[in-house]
Structure formats: C-alpha cells, structure tokens
Design a binder for this molecule. Structure first.
Ligand SMILES: Nc1ncnc2c1ncn2[C@@H]1O[C@H](COP(=O)(O)OP(=O)(O)OP(=O)(O)O)[C@@H](O)[C@H]1O
Ligand SMILES: [Mg+2]
Length: 330
C-alpha cells in the first residue's frame, strides 16, 4: 500500500520547482498569497509539505453553535482550493440548489474569470461588470445581481477582466478588501440567507478578496488532492487570512467530492483524512456520478435534475450539515 495511507508517517514530499531548487509557479502563487494575507513570505509552506491540521480548531471549524435562521446577516461562504477541477464550481452551484430547495434566498458570486457557473445557467456579465467595481470603478454592486431561472437563486456573474484584475494588482494589498466593502451594501438588503462565492483555482488576489469578505471557507477536495501541496497551501492561507486580515473567517469544512467509496483507494483516503483533519471533514461525501456533468450542462442543480439520485441525496445531506454547523451570524 502506498505511503499515502500510512497516517503515522510523513507524506511523500514534493519537489520545490522543476529542479528542486527554483520556486515553481505554484510556489510563487503561494508567496504572493502569503503577502496578501499580511504574512511573511517564509510563512508560506513549501509545496509538498506535510499537511498540518493541528491549528485547524483555532479556525472555529465545524462549530456547533445555535442555529440562527434570521436573514439579518447573510452567511458568506467562499468555496476555495488552489487545485483546479476538484469541484469548486459544482459544489457551489449544488449547495446553492440544495439551499434554495429549503426556501433560503441565495446569492452566488462567480469570482472565476472563466464564469463557468453563470455560463451554465445562461446568465452573463453586464457592463459594468464586477471586475470594474473591484478596481474602484463607479457603480453599484446591487445592479450586478441578476435573477436566475431557479427560484430564490441570484447571481453576480464572473467576467474575464477578473483575470486582468488579479494580474495587474495581485502584488498589492490595496484591492484586497474591494469585494468586502462592496458586499456590505448587499448584506444591508437583508434579502439573502447565504452568499456563496465560487473562486478560481489560485490563491491570489481574487481568492484573497473572497476570503476577506467571507465568514467561512469551504474546501472541496477530491481523492487525488490529499497528500498534495494544494490542500496544505489552501488551509495555510485560510489560517493566515484569519490571523491577519479577517478575524471572522472560519473553516466551514472540507468536503470529499467525486469519489467512489466502493473502491479501496477512495475509502482509505476518506478514512485517513477524517482521522487527520480532526473534525474538519464533512461526514457527507459527494459520489462520482455522471449526474454532476449532466446537471451542469443543463444549468440545473442536481437536486432538481435528478432529485432521487444518490448525488442529490448527498447534496441534501451536505446542506443539512452546513446548516447544523451554522455559526453565530454576529
Ligand atoms: N461528484 C462528481 N462526479 C462526477 N463529476 C464531477 C463531480 N464533481 C465535479 N465533477 C466534474 O468535474 C469537473 C470539474 O468540476 P468543477 O468545474 O466544479 O471543478 P472546479 O474546482 O470548479 O474547477 P476549476 O478549478 O477549473 O474552476 C466538471 O466536469 C464537473 O462536472
Ligand atoms: Mg470552477
């Protein structure tokens, strides 16, 4: 059995950069993320470092505070992981679908320049778009909120210039609070119970904005993510942001997505992660299923597209866990 599953010993270390000496692109991404989080660059872990979850309880993870269903304060949750393709967009959309099914009003902010979430539901950015507001352009974020064909679900679409925003200003902390300051306006409406933010697969200025504006970060993880630097880095940045930028930021939890617990590999990953994450994992696991792709192609949450499927059940369970772990909205 691979060393990955030996949870008593260290995980295999990755190389730092192609030669083992130069920082890889991911490494520099991480250093700029540490900078964004007002942490010294050497606070950033090395790619492939042993995941360190010891400090996670400090993040208030999986807290079992009393449920507060008032809409006075929206619960703002960003969905992040530096690794691409782990299901950030799928999880964001389907969580939103599960929440609206229970009668919540949900706003999804698509912070991915690819705008794939909104494209799949046929909503497109208007002019001015979100990126324009984030760089200080005149406008009202409320006017960017668009209804969707799904009852109670609203979106602010992502636009391609978000990438320019990150590339031009990623080495400055000036714009780190741009989303947070705009979002206050929407929170004042008291319309939304939940604001979910879908992030791109990076830990730069865009994801920094999302973490600065959120109460919690939710991290989708696929079977291949465990033991890789991306998860360590993602958790380290959440912690740095909490310590230095947004004291309210906590970890909603890690959700294992796109796995088949019928296989030894995926089941072992789940068990090892649960042991090592010390309560940070959602109990619910989202299975691998073609319904994920089908539903997103049709622009429907899986709870609507295939309401009696295992995947829909899993999302309902995940929504239940999320609601039960509701922190105080103060
Ligand atoms: N549980 C699942 N079962 C099967 N396929 C899935 C599942 N979850 C996600 N997928 C598929 O995996 C692919 C990647 O998912 P998704 O786009 O949500 O990842 P992402 O983390 O948002 O990617 P990126 O980092 O590029 O934004 C999509 O084709 C999606 O339909
Ligand atoms: Mg995505």
């Amino acid at each position: 059995m691979s060393k990955l599953f030996d949870d008593t010993g260290p995980l295999p270390k990755g190389k730092v950069g192609p030669t083992g000496a130069e920082p890889s692109p991911e490494q520099s991404d991480l250093q700029s993320a540490a900078y964004l989080a007002d942490a010294p660059a050497n606070a950033a872990p090395t790619i492939g470092d042993e995941p360190d979850f010891g400090g996670m309880p400090e993040l208030g993870i999986r807290s079992q505070q009393p449920i507060d269903n008032s809409a006075d304060k929206a619960r703002v949750i960003c969905v992040i992981n530096r690794k691409g393709g782990v299901g950030k967009t799928t999880v964001t959309f389907n969580l939103a679908g599960g929440l609206v099914e229970l009668g919540s009003q949900v706003l999804v902010i698509d912070l991915d320049p690819m705008g794939s979430l909104c494209r799949s539901i046929g909503v497109f950015p208007k002019d001015p778009a979100l990126s324009y507001l984030l760089i200080g352009g005149n406008g009202d974020i409320g006017s960017l909120v668009q209804p969707t064909h799904i009852q109670n679900l609203y979106v602010i679409p992502g636009d391609p210039n978000l990438r320019t925003f990150e590339m031009r200003h990623g080495d400055s902390t000036v714009y780190r609070d741009a989303l947070r300051s705009h979002l206050d306006e929407i929170i004042q409406w008291k319309q939304f119970h939940y604001i979910l933010i879908d992030c791109p697969p990076s830990l730069g200025l865009i994801t920094g904005n999302a973490m600065a504006a959120s109460h919690q970060a939710l991290v989708p993880v696929d079977g291949s993510t465990y033991g890789m630097g991306a998860l360590t880095d993602t958790l380290a940045i959440i912690r740095m942001m909490q310590q230095n930028v947004n004291k309210k930021l906590g970890l909603a939890g890690l959700v294992l997505n796109n796995v088949d617990l019928g296989t030894v590999y995926d089941r072992t990953v789940f068990n090892v992660m649960k042991r090592r994450m010390r309560g940070a994992m959602f109990e619910t696991v989202i299975p691998t299923s073609p319904e994920a792709d089908e539903a997103s192609q049709l622009g429907e949450p899986v709870t609507k597209h295939a309401p009696s499927s295992w995947m829909a059940k899993a999302y309902r369970d995940l929504v239940g866990e999320l609601i039960r772990s509701e922190p105080s909205r103060a």
